[in-house]
Design a protein around this ligand. Sequence first.
Ligand SMILES: Nc1ncnc2c1ncn2[C@@H]1O[C@H](COP(=O)(O)OP(=O)(O)OP(=O)(O)O)[C@@H](O)[C@H]1O
Length: 349
Amino acid sequence: MATCYACPATPSIKIAKTSDPACVPCFLNWFEEDVHATITATKIFSRGEKVAIGVSGGKDSTVLAHTLAILNQRYDYGLELFLVCIDEGIAGYRDHSIREVHKNQSDLQLPLKILSYKDLYGWTMDEIVARIGPKNNCTFCGVFRRQALDRGAEKCGAFKVATGHNADDVAETVLMNLLRGDIARLQRSSTQVSGSEGGITRVKPFRYSYQKDVVFYAHFKKLNYFSVECSYSPNAYRGLVRNHLKAIERVSPRVIMEIVRSGEAVVVPQSEAPLIRRKCIQCNYTSSQELCQACRLLSGLNIGESTHDIVKSTKKAPVSTDSSAATSNGCGSGGGGDGCGCNNNSVDF
Ligand SMILES: Nc1ncnc2c1ncn2[C@@H]1O[C@H](COP(=O)(O)OP(=O)(O)OP(=O)(O)O)[C@@H](O)[C@H]1O
């Protein structure tokens, strides 16, 4: 009978990333060591750094917060960790997941900052959807969340945000950008540290961790997390790409890592155009234009512009260094959109 890859015990699972059989204790140890290997290989953290972990209450960020807390102690990274949670104002969804965030905060004993769209922007996502309808709402949510996470990090004195995007998310993003011919975004989404132009940087310690292994880890560790999909998520184009990827993965499990690595191998010649980086005249957030993406969206909302005009107004930046410029089209736009900050449609993280 087969034994665990690392000890004589009977295996309980097959590790998704390596296809090795493993017992639960060896799997848990393997997972943590694999994340440690990613962190050391990609050099995403520096000693003494303050790091804000974006926690939504979902499985990925819940596992991320636990793993980083463990590794920070085990390997003495010397990081000061904070939890930052953004309340988008989606009744029946985010209010429920925030309960899980509180439980995790009490387990981990890390400082928690919760910021809401209502306080930051004057609108909840429920109010925005009531105003603009079911299409394009991921555009608003993505731009606002990205900026809100930066603002949460700033409040903790952190210049780095760690998110729970995993290898499956990154592979989907690489494929989506490739299918859309957006090679500049493909390269941006494949870098180890993004958004470093003087602002707050973003890192993904799970970029080489398989989604299934994250789920196994959460399950075997009995972590508290909320597993319901966002009620407004149309899951259009990313859903298609995800299904294709899952089909290929059944034949060749290594495909996820191979796509992630392929994305990293793409080198795009630097644009001749100078990057313009300034502060938004309204909110002081880093932007490539007078008004940052969030303020442009907000001004359209506040004056009652049509959804089409609001979203169109965010597509004008030719050379964008606006760190909120992760999106330009909406998710509900039938798959043609540049997507949002959430995993369902984003093509930039
Ligand atoms: N409301 C939020 N507050 C704080 N961080 C968030 C929030 N939403 C998303 N994030 C961050 O962005 C990452 C990707 O989020 P997304 O919702 O797209 O994917 P997910 O795979 O469902 O992640 P999770 O399981 O952590 O919710 C999360 O892992 C988390 O780090």
